[in-house]
Design a binder for this molecule. Sequence first.
Ligand code: R5P
Length: 310
Amino acid sequence: MKVFAGNSNRHLAEAICKYLNVPLGNATVKRFADQEIFVEISENVRGEDVFLVQSTSFPANDHLMELLIMIDAMRRSSAKRITAVLPYFGYARQDRKAGPRTPISAKLVANLITEAGADRVLTLDLHAGQIQGFFDIPTDNLFAAPILARDIKDHYDTNNVMVVSPDVGGVVRARALSKRLDCLLAIVDKRRDRPGESEVMNVIGDVSGKDCILIDDIIDSGGTLCNAAEALLKKGATSVTAYITHGVLSGGAVARVASSKLRELVITDSIQPTTGVQSAHNIRVISTAGLLGEAINRTAQEQSVSGLFD
Ligand code: R5P
């Protein structure tokens, strides 16, 4: 087995290699003067089981293109099998034709990865599970829930915890976590009754006196979470913490979280944290290296990956 990485998340790739006790593969991924991507694999991969770690995080297009070109390089270097390991699969939010004349970008990106020559995909908390079906190659979608649940148990008395979905779309994810923690579930229901009227946040469930744990797959601008946190505190919650798999955190999101009523935002390292994230007083990052490393190990050994979640 050989593990390589693009430029999106080298810290995580190194941590995965440490878990697997293998060196990170030697490859050059840099830019021509005009910003085209130049790739050179600097060691033999002929006949190897290759795992390419790359999140399509900011700058998404550059990181996606790096991944595609690295897959192409591996294929032309006669790797036996190429697994694209995407701790964060971006372009997932346009996963259906939500309106007329809109693309299904998630399907397009899945096609690009497949056409480039990937044999398998390994990813984490896809925005929508059905995106797995957009790939016509085996695709394993891992869940961060066991890591998040362990951290919640380490920091909270779960007898007083209420898991909260910040919107109706996230109920399935929140329900799975509440089952794992054996605690109650609440839902924030965002509604705009008439166009032009401001949104009303209704909380379904009695959160008063509870330590609320908001759970979601993505925090981007932070608007969804910070608004949900305010609504929960207005309803009498004792504290609100957010556990989110993918810390996209674009624009002023870090500042918004820092000045919000959230006790803490806990994210994973599926996207490499910026220095702003690292120095924010109420953002903590937990690692997925063990989970991804073990999934890579099991894939290489032809063992069950779903067994990781039993
Ligand atoms: C939406 O369906 C996602 O699960 C997240 O709730 C959303 O992407 C968060 O975006 P923002 O942080 O910009 O509100």
